[in-house]
Design a binder for this molecule. Sequence first.
Ligand SMILES: Cc1cc2nc3c(=O)[nH]c(=O)nc-3n(C[C@H](O)[C@H](O)[C@H](O)COP(=O)(O)OP(=O)(O)OC[C@H]3O[C@@H](n4cnc5c(N)ncnc54)[C@H](O)[C@@H]3O)c2cc1C
Length: 364
Amino acid sequence: MNAMTPAESPLLSPSDDMAGAIETDAVIVGAGPVGLFQVFELGLLEIKAHVIDSLKEVGGQCIELYPDKPIYDIPAVPVCTGRELTDSLLKQIEPFGATFHVGQEVSVVQKLDDGRFFIETSKGTRFLAKVLIVAAGVGSFQPRMLKVPEIERHLGSQLFYRVKDPTQFHGKNLVIAGGGDSALDWALDFVGKAESVVLVHRRDGFRAAPASVAKMHELCERLEMQFLIGQISGFEEAEGRMTEVRVTSLDGLTRRVPLDALLVFFGLSPKLGPIAEWGLDLERKQIVVDTEKFETNVPGIFAVGDINTYPGKKKLILSGFHEAALAAFGATRYIFPGRKVHLQYTTTSPKLHKVLGVETPVFD
Ligand SMILES: Cc1cc2nc3c(=O)[nH]c(=O)nc-3n(C[C@H](O)[C@H](O)[C@H](O)COP(=O)(O)OP(=O)(O)OC[C@H]3O[C@@H](n4cnc5c(N)ncnc54)[C@H](O)[C@@H]3O)c2cc1C
């Protein structure tokens, strides 16, 4: 099936191809803080949602980029870390029983002639939804690749951009490339467990926490690991296996470093990816929305959080929360056509207490 351009392509009818697709009110693309809060706002209006994220863990930038750093500008929460905010949001949306599909990217979106959307992920999970809410932040995070010709042939066997199972590296000769927290944290973690650990970074300055850098230097002095300044410029193979990498320093000197596995942590770069092909009006890689409903040029597709743009947009979590509330109200005309939906307070509305699963308090 081709990637869609709902604004331009002729509308399709639901087909046999779509049999077995999960039918739902709403699909949310992205489980960052705004996608999570979107579940809450939809839930209050009795709209059921499925949430998809290309990452394995929910929380978006808060978890991927700053899980332990403090956030000070969430209303009524004087301070919380990225992880604490994510945990609180997950707790808050519990009553609504949203289904999460992680580790898969939404690749296909097609508008059907019955008004619904057909949505498919990179893992082949398929949905038929009445509305689509794009809360995709700055796009899918992809690891920055090592730019050495042909080395990607060893991806998954000897070249890794993520550590899924640390034990697979125990007893191995490891080369770890990078100068951020991930590179340093894993280098320190593998000392004593791997046969050898060589950290390679292009300069003697690090983005990682100073305490980790100090610990790394201490371990190098004790000859428990090595640190090389330079860039990986090539590799050698024997019988299809990578046997060593070449590390070239700033002065042009090249060293040969034998290895069993190469772990590269150059950070994550966001990519708009397939979203660019969904026929949505874009402005500088962001989705253009109105500020009444945060709806895009394609009726029924909304965009909230860092992915959208409108006059005065500020990429803040609290802006995304506001957008999620209005997008939920905007979605009601597709989910409950003809029904007037009124604003109700969570403090006083017995109906909202019911959907939240809480007791209605008795006021004097
Ligand atoms: C270091 C740092 C500190 C910050 N501090 C603050 C702060 O103090 N206060 C504040 O308000 N903001 C802060 N921000 C900004 C804040 O993190 C963002 O505004 C917020 O994360 C946006 O939330 P979101 O849900 O829109 O997007 P994101 O958090 O970016 O989440 C989007 C999710 O969508 C997923 N996704 C994208 N495309 C697809 C696809 N095709 N298929 C499936 N999944 C997809 C991504 O994997 C990602 O998980 C900070 C940002 C950084 C980097």
